[in-house]
Design a protein around this ligand. Structure first.
Ligand SMILES: [Zn+2]
Length: 240
């Protein structure tokens, strides 16, 4: 039987009966996959502890279209993330977004790299700079939507193209609008908030290495979080 191997992040576990279990992964080679781990085998004991969110593991499976997990070897446990409730919550948010917004067997190395970079940034900095977790939650959410082609339109008014005074956001149109084209239900956005959204959606992670910049962004955390939560819901309801 042909065996497949790939690096994988654990996204979700699901019990199946008394002994069996499904593991959902985001993998480097195959995108999202759902694998069955049979409880009757010796594997289960070996897997336990290696497959806790957000562990990075090297996994082997058989039956490509109906994968059965045969082994998993942990490559990184992200122990600093797991030690803290707030960073672990961010890791769960990342896993959940990947579960909801990626498709089985659709390889995407950019999404893989984004996940890898965000989790490593969090792991390496959370001990000395806890605010990094709040930033990673916002950044990952924005960048994932961008990589699946569903970023908001932030380059001027969606109705007229005007780039000045685009201080409203229309969730139905998924973009900025100017005062003239705004409605009562639109979300008012300050110029600074708009610039921060542009930063989160368009800039590589390398640009955010300075704690000072992260702290500056987090001054608007409440707005950015609310915006991304609502925008993500709109996107979700439009693709289901
Ligand atoms: Zn306009």
């Amino acid at each position: 039987m042909e065996q497949y191997n790939t690096l994988a992040f654990v996204l979700k576990k699901e019990a199946l009966g008394e002994a069996d279990r499904f593991y959902y992964f985001y993998t480097q080679k195959y995108g999202q996959i759902k694998t069955l781990a049979r409880g009757s085998s010796k594997i289960k004991a070996k897997l336990a502890g290696h497959l806790e969110i957000p562990s990075l593991a090297s996994i082997d499976f058989v039956n490509f279209n109906n994968p059965r997990l045969i082994s998993a070897l942990e490559q990184n446990s992200f122990s600093s993330i797991k030690k803290r409730v707030f960073s672990l919550e961010v890791a769960f948010q990342i896993a959940n977004l990947l579960y909801e917004f990626t498709l089985p067997y659709q390889t995407d190395l950019e999404i893989w790299q984004l996940t890898y970079d965000c989790l490593f940034l969090l792991e390496q900095n959370v001990t000395s700079f806890f605010e990094v977790s709040n930033f990673v939650a916002l950044y990952f959410n924005a960048q994932l939507l961008k990589l699946i082609g569903l970023a908001p339109f932030l380059d001027g008014c969606t109705a007229c193209g005007n780039r000045l005074e685009t201080n409203y956001f229309n969730f139905e149109k998924k973009g900025l609008v100017c005062k003239k084209h705004s409605h009562k239900t639109d979300l008012p956005i300050s110029s600074k908030q708009r610039d921060l959204l542009i930063l989160l959606f368009n800039f590589p992670l390398n640009n955010f290495k300075k704690p000072q910049l992260i702290k500056e962004i987090l001054k608007e955390e409440k707005f950015l979080k609310n915006f991304l939560t609502e925008f993500t819901l709109v996107i979700k309801s439009s693709i289901i």
